[in-house]
Every structure is written in C-alpha cells, then in structure tokens.
Design a protein around this ligand. Sequence first.
Ligand code: CMC
Length: 432
Amino acid sequence: MSKQAILKLDDKEYTFDTIEGVENEKAVDFRTLRSVSGYISYDEGYGNTGSCQSEITYIDGEVGILRYRGIPIDQLAEKSDFIDSAYLIIYGELPSEEQRISFSKELIKNTNIDTRMIRQFESFPAGAHPMSILTSMMGSLSSYYPELSTNDRALDLENFDRSAASAISKVMTVAALSHRISHGLPVNYPKKGFGFAENFLHLMFSNPHDEYHAPKEVAEALDLILLLHADHEQNCSTSTVRMVASSGANLFASITAGICALWGPLHGGANMAVIKMLEEIHAEGDDGSRFIEQAKSGTSGKRLMGFGHRVYKNFDPRAKIIGQACERLFAVLGVDDPCLDIARNLEQAALKDDYFISRNLYPNVDFYSGIMMRAIGIPLDMFTVMFAIGRMSGWVANWHEVATQPKGKINRPRQIYQGPALRDYVPMDQRG
Ligand code: CMC
C-alpha cells in the first residue's frame, strides 16, 4: 500500500494517497481535496503541481538529469540522431533498422505541403515574423488535411502515424518557407536523399542555379540542436499541447497551440533574446561585466538571458553538450564571433558570482544554441522556429499520451477569485 498524507484543516483530518514515480518522485494525490474539504490547492505557476503521469521524458533538475524514454540525453547526443530520438520519443523504443527506414519514408512522403498553401503563404505581409507565419500555417493544416484532423479521437488515432510524420516533416518545410517568403525569396522544394537537417538547410539556403549542400559538420550541428530540444517534460508549450489535447482537439490544433506558447521570450524566445543581449553588450563596448551588474540589480529590467531554469537548479545537461558542440563547430568553421567571447565571459563571471550561485542560476540550452545557429547562418528571427521544429516530436508524443488515456479528463484548473465582491449594475447616466 502507498504511503498516506494527512492534512488537518478546520479541526478535521483528511487522508490522501501518495503516488511514486519510477525514479522515486513523490506526489500527494489531491484529486479529491475539493470534494472532501471545500479547499483547492493553490500553486501559481504550477511549480509544485504534477499535472499528469507520463512515460516520455524524465528530468531531475537538482542533479541535471534529462532522459528520453529512460535513455540519458548525453548518450543520445553522442550515438543517436534527431530522427532516431524522435522515433524513440513518439513510439517509446529506439527503432529497428526496418522501423527506421519506414519512419524515414513516412517523413519524406509527408515533407511536401499542399500547393494551395503556397498562395496562403504569399498573403502574409512582407516582413511578417516567421513565428507568426508558422503558427498560422501549422494551424491551417487541418484545412488542407481534414482527414488527419477530424476531432474524432478514434479516427485521429487511426491516422496517427501519418499525422505524426506530417507534423514533424511539414513544420520543417513550413518553417523554411516562412523564411523564404517573408524575405521575397523563391521557394525551394524538399530533396529526396537528403537527411532531415540537410533538407532543411537546402530549403532555407538553396537558390536557383546554386543548390546548397550543407557541410557535414553544419548538418550534424543542426541535427544535435534539434535532438537536444526534442522533448522536455511538462514545460509551458508541452503542457499547452496537453491542455488543448485534453479537450479532444486534433493533433494539428494541439501542436499549433504549443507553437504559440513557445514564442514567448521566457520559453522558446530565449535563444533569440540571448543573441540580442550579446549584440547589445558588444555594441556598448562592454565585455559583459557591466551587463552582469545590471542583471543583478533587479531594477534595470534586465536578465541574463540563457541563464536560469524553472527545473534545472544545478546545471542543464543540454547546455553542457551544446557548449562543447559550439566550440567544436566554431573551430571547424574557423568562425570568430565576438559574441562567443562575451558569452564565455558572462558564463565564467556568473558561475563565480554569489547572486547567480545563491539563486541556482546556470546556463541553459539557449545560452549557446543561438550562437551556434548564427554560425550555421540561421537568421535571428528563425531561432524560435528552429526550437519548434525540434520540439515537435515531444509535442506529438504528449498529444498521443493524452489521446490514448483510457479515462482522459478535460484539463480545467480552478482559481481563487480576488476581484470585486457582488455589486449592482450601474446605468450609463449614473456612472461617474
Ligand atoms: N538573470 C538574472 N536574474 C534572474 C534570472 C536571470 N536570467 N533568472 C532568474 N533570476 C532571479 C529572479 O530575478 C529572482 O530573483 P529574486 O529572488 O531576487 O526575486 C530569482 O532569480 C528567481 O527567479 P524566477 O523568475 O522566480 O525563477 P523561475 O524559475 O520562475 O524562472 C526562468 C525561470 C527560466 C523563466 C528565468 O530564470 C529566466 O527568466 N531566465 C532567462 C530566460 C531564459 O533563458 N529562458 C529559457 C529557459 S530554457 C528554455 C526552455 O526550456 O524553455
């Protein structure tokens, strides 16, 4: 029998079951709290709330652990690739050779988009933000592929393999087209025989009569960025996907909501914010030391972007991997970017500074991913879009987990109302 928790409220005692995860994470099961006591639990920001039981990704933020389906992220980064990891995240096991071939075929088959979508692309105003284009275009997939997005759960699950492959492949195509069209560039089409990252780079950078073949190291670096972003437990966008999925919504609707949630600078927008911060520091002739003081002041409105994490309170294992990959890529490409020097200075200074140490603020994955994407040639406004391409497999897996729950409940938190108490309506001629 599981341990029980006793809560004493208004001289009454209530007993609750506890739940233990496979890695000994412990939770008090408060699902009956309101019905038995009239109280709800209050946890703004959900820092202490388990919203689901999941089999996909495990994080222990205190000691910097991240595992996809049990496999440590450093092993996957070293031995696997994005497609392998995406399969693992979605289907629960690493693919056999045969499964890998068939998954890759399904991805390639679904890379192209309905040609009518090109007309929709062309209707966006010049200079529209690629994240805005991405959210609209991914949201409209349901219009072009209604058979994959019926909102009839049984039917949507029957077509899951195709809709999952569509989500992963089409986000890559749509992302690259967002860039091409917002810059008035001719559209490229996916190429057979190219790997996932290679194809994306071709879609982004090929020009008529000048096909872009990414150097091996560049394609590998991008693949690693995607792999490291592929899933991350119940972060803001993934929780959003699950929330939307819980209403019975189809996969395309749910992932689009996730893309919107990712856009914010405290989540997927942080990689962009890091580069803006580094450029600002460089333009002001600072080596980072003045900025650190401003970020610590609490009054400047500045934060050391790419530092801190809601869950990792020791180190972000992705940051370690990407930091080393960044140094390797720069050495191979012979890139000399002053922003990398500033980033190194900031990291060194912050790691010794009591303000950051006492608040457990360490570099997160975005601290170096932006610098790496810049070296690859990805424009700044595409950084969050890149994060969305990587995170798609995690969103898809989480949608599937919600959709296959035997007794799925719509997610519907409560609130504590703090607005005006009951009062009467005031007619217009009596208002002050
Ligand atoms: N620079 C300076 N001070 C900071 C920073 C930072 N980057 N992050 C947190 N703090 C301070 C904050 O001011 C507060 O100080 P005090 O206790 O004196 O009021 C304390 O640390 C706790 O901050 P918090 O905002 O309550 O912490 P949180 O867990 O709610 O926020 C975070 C986590 C990631 C939103 C935050 O650390 C942050 O804004 N970091 C910069 C943005 C960033 O890099 N985001 C990417 C996250 S990784 C990508 C992803 O997985 O989405």
